[in-house]
Unconditional design. Structure first.
Length: 134
């Protein structure tokens, strides 16, 4: 009886050691993956910082002014008029966003708009756009 118990305990101990080693190995592999991802993230952050610095250098007003003066004859650039700038609310609406026209009955009260409005009654091309010149 003693030998059977010893063999069972040795098998259990060997199985436990195998499971422990497997878990340790998987944890080390995950740690290696995490370190690799950390290195990739650091590289991407460094690249972003470098690109931001490059963008700041390229968009310096005095540099752009020198380029405009150097290539003035080729580009023929002119300053933008304030009336050329538009706000989003000044842009024409999409046909789907145009509210249906309100109709009035003979007494001057508003009637409910038809469920499906015809495309002839909605003219989105004639919508006023504020300061945007056409």
């Amino acid at each position: 009886m003693l030998r059977t118990l010893d063999i069972v305990l040795i098998v259990v101990m060997t199985a436990a050691a195998t499971v422990t080693y497997t878990i340790k190995h998987k944890a080390e592999n995950k740690l290696e993956d995490v370190r690799s991802l950390d290195a990739q993230i650091k590289l991407e952050e460094d690249t972003i910082d470098l690109l931001r610095a490059d963008w700041a250098l390229l968009t310096q007003p005095n540099r752009l002014d020198r380029l405009v003066q150097a290539y003035d004859k080729d580009l023929q650039l002119v300053p933008t008029d304030p009336t050329q700038l538009a706000h989003p609310e000044e842009l024409p609406m999409l046909k789907a966003d145009v509210p249906p026209p309100e109709e009035k009955d003979s007494k001057g009260k508003k009637k409910a708009a038809p469920a499906v409005a015809s495309s002839d009654s909605q003219k989105t091309d004639e919508i006023s756009t504020g300061s945007v010149a056409r």
